[in-house]
Design a protein around this ligand. Structure first.
Ligand SMILES: NC(=O)c1ccc[n+]([C@@H]2O[C@H](COP(=O)([O-])OP(=O)(O)OC[C@H]3O[C@@H](n4cnc5c(N)ncnc54)[C@H](O)[C@@H]3O)[C@@H](O)[C@H]2O)c1
Length: 327
């Protein structure tokens, strides 16, 4: 059964203001335009009486605390590799604040102080679950078992941010074989392992999900002030992986996108500055905003890409770089 209600046009409620034609909306959500003839508010009975249905409805709407539900993460479960610190941890905090449970998977022996502080805040202020699990994303058995345990506990898995990664500054001719293996197996194999482990559980529990692979603008450009040919190409591989997985899993309700951040001040970038202090000025000069990013500036990106707000986005490469690559 459906009924229709008449909404009072906002402008007609202002004394002396010009009035616009009313809109009639059915409960099915379809919008019907009314006649184009000049509108007279007196034509609608009880429009201005205090107890009119219109007034009750508009008061109820004003009181609602549930706005922009597309971003609501209540009851959802996410895993973030490399979530012990830096970009991954900032994204974890945003998800927790939106009502999710978050597992940060990292190879650091124990959770860093930033993580401990974030977990305390999550528990005290949001009543959320923020857990630390030590894993190495290169170990596919360990990764699969960890994702199975998380999904098994909650009987669902709603998303993944694959943020675990390392950088290595060395020219191509001097690049050691060991460093080549390390960068590729963490930045590419590790992301592949994590994405497939997450998708396996989404299939298992038959829930839709969103996977965000953290690449870099260095996967799209050769980054001035950073000689890192293997890192750059590992990130290009991640961008391409996101498109390929999006194609494979889209019809099962699993979306996969890649994120290409510009320079963010994190422990990884601090390491670059220690090796090459001049890089900071170069990067700031290359950026349209004239500065580097803070990890917190990617909270909105996490909420958008992992929530229903981006339900039609998959196979995309999201560039968030302060304009670095736009000129
Ligand atoms: N900081 C930047 O400017 C920047 C720019 C573009 C992309 N990124 C990417 O963002 C992601 C996060 O970087 P960040 O800047 O926060 O760096 P970070 O070093 O602060 O964080 C990376 C985390 O990944 C973890 N990690 C590394 N190898 C791992 C492994 N084998 N298994 C499990 N965990 C592992 C580290 O312990 C660390 O906690 C990386 O993929 C990085 O390439 C960073």
């Amino acid at each position: 059964m459906s009924f229709t209600r008449v909404l009072t046009p906002a402008r007609s409620r202002l004394a002396g203001a010009a009035v616009t034609a009313p809109r009639v909306i059915s409960t099915s959500g379809r919008l019907f335009s009314t006649t184009k003839a000049a509108f007279n508010p007196q034509d609608i009975p009880n429009v201005h009486t205090p107890d009119s249905i219109q007034n009750k409805l508009s008061r109820k709407e004003v009181r609602s605390t549930s706005r922009v539900r597309d971003f609501d993460m209540e009851g959802r479960v996410f895993a973030i590799t490399g979530g012990g610190r830096g970009l991954g941890l900032s994204m974890a905090e945003a998800l927790i604040e939106s009502g999710a449970s978050v597992y940060c998977l990292d190879r650091l022996e124990s959770p860093p102080l930033d993580f401990v502080a974030a977990r305390e805040k999550a528990m005290n202020e949001y009543g959320g679950l923020l857990e630390y699990v030590r894993i190495d994303v290169r170990n596919s058995t360990e990764v699969n078992n960890t994702f199975a345990a998380i999904a098994g506990k909650h009987e669902r898995l709603d998303g993944l941010v694959a943020a675990a990664g390392i950088n290595h500054l060395q020219s191509a001719l001097e690049h050691s074989q060991q460093a080549l293996d390390d960068v590729m197996t963490i930045n590419y194999n590790g992301v592949f392992n994590s994405a497939t482990a997450a998708a396996r559980q989404m299939f298992n529990y038959q829930n839709k999900g969103s996977i965000l692979l953290v690449a870099s603008m260095s996967g799209l450009i050769a980054n001035k002030g950073m000689t890192s040919p293997v890192y750059n190409s590992s990130k290009a591989a991640v961008i391409q992986l996101a498109r390929s997985l999006a194609m494979e899993w889209g019809r099962h309700g699993i979306r996969v996108n890649s994120l290409c951040p510009g320079h963010i001040i994190t422990p990884m970038v601090d390491g670059v500055f220690q090796q090459n202090p001049a890089a900071r000025a170069t990067w700031e000069a290359e950026n349209m905003l004239g500065r580097l990013a803070m990890p917190e500036e990617f909270r909105g990106t996490a909420l958008f890409t992992l929530s229903d707000a981006s339900s039609f986005m998959t196979g995309s490469t999201l560039l968030v770089d302060g304009g670095h690559t736009a000129w």
